[in-house]
Design a protein around this ligand. Structure first.
Ligand code: TRP
Length: 347
């Protein structure tokens, strides 16, 4: 993708601007509630969200429950998945006093933005979206729904309803952010300035492979969940794919599976991957897996403990969502009022 390099460079500049003036930024990012979050999410995005929150950036997290329906007919157990997602957020340090967590289906005003926004994009533009194309290729459905093609526009509403100016995303989401910027620009050109043009903040975290050596993903069944027990973690890592070379080294290009395990241990312990590789050395895959298992279980023990405590309070998640939906709903109402004013649809 052509736009990755400039986004990487711009992200470094943005990091400096955030440190200098965190209160100039409002972050919007989020997740589809399709299952528990895993170590890939943690090191890829969750840690970064907590860091931004703790720096004083206004942080808003969308639980994209409608987006679950892009590649399946029915979303199974949404309430359960939403609850687990919120518990994951709380466990890693998302603080509801500082961050807002909401479900986009609960905000009528956010969803109404979809209609004017759809008028600002063309069908070929939606058909060209590389992320959507990829998702269609991996879809569980026989034919593609209208929501699949238009969800990036709905995602623009997720971002623009609260006038976020910063969106921490993975590279796969860059096309969506480009579309969001286009929607904001076109709306402003056509009706007068209402929206900021949000920028992508790419994380510098390298991505982790799953236990089968492919990208870690809940749908592939190769992920280690944040909430997994120590025993389950040990079992999953024991079955992780390695290679036939005896001595452990850190060579991500040549030895992706072994190197991803080395990296996982290094991220948990906060050290350089080469240090882990040296430690495992001639001990081979068995030693490496023991090191990784201990590192993961040590790092996540307090997070998992907190998670279990939060899970023991059944009122916590509903209260948090009620509060988050109220706050986000008020922002959506205010923005929709401006949009209706700008479009001269106030009667
Ligand atoms: N599409 C994102 C994902 O699949 C989730 C998401 C929905 C999102 N709305 C968003 C991310 C707005 C960033 C900004 O993970």
């Amino acid at each position: 993708m052509a736009e990755v390099e400039p986004a990487v460079a711009r992200s470094a500049e943005l990091e400096a601007e955030i440190l200098a003036a965190p209160s100039n930024f409002r972050v919007l990012t989020g997740d589809r509630p399709t299952g528990p979050l895993h170590l890939g999410h943690y090191f890829g995005t969750l840690q970064n969200r907590v860091r931004l929150q703790n720096l004083g950036v206004d942080t808003i997290l969308v639980i994209a429950d409608y987006q679950v329906l892009t590649d399946r007919d029915v979303a199974d157990d949404l309430p359960g998945h939403v609850r687990e997602l919120v518990l994951d957020y709380l466990a890693v340090g998302i603080d509801p006093a500082r961050s807002t967590v909401f479900t986009h289906s609960a905000l009528p005003a956010l969803n109404q933005l979809l209609l004017p926004f759809l008028s600002l994009v063309t069908v070929p533009e939606l058909q060209r979206n590389p992320t959507v194309k990829d998702e269609i290729a991996h879809s569980h459905q026989g034919s593609v729904s209208g929501l699949m093609f238009t969800y990036p526009v709905h995602q623009a509403a997720d971002i623009l309803f609260c006038k976020a100016n910063l969106v921490p995303v993975g590279r796969d989401q860059l096309p969506h952010l480009e579309l969001t910027r286009a929607v904001a620009r076109r709306f402003n050109d056509r009706y007068g300035r209402v929206f900021p043009e949000p920028e992508a903040l790419l994380s510098s975290a390298p991505s982790l492979l799953g236990t089968d050596g492919r990208k870690m993903s809940k749908s592939r069944g190769n992920a280690i969940a944040l909430r997994a027990s120590a025993d389950e973690t040990a079992r999953l890592l024991k079955g992780a794919k390695t290679d036939s070379e005896r001595v452990i080294t850190y060579e991500p290009q040549r030895r992706p599976e072994v190197s991803s395990l080395v990296l996982l241990a290094a991220l948990c312990r906060g050290v350089d991957p080469r240090e882990i590789a040296e430690e495992a050395g001639a001990g081979g895959g068995g030693t490496l897996k023991r090191i990784v298992t201990d590192a993961v279980n040590d790092h996540f023990a307090p997070i998992r403990r907190r998670r279990a405590e939060f899970a023991g309070d059944p009122a916590l998640v509903p209260e948090l969502l009620r509060d988050g939906n109220l706050r986000a709903g008020a922002a959506a109402e205010a923005t929709l009022a401006q949009v209706r004013e700008a479009m001269s649809t106030v009667y």
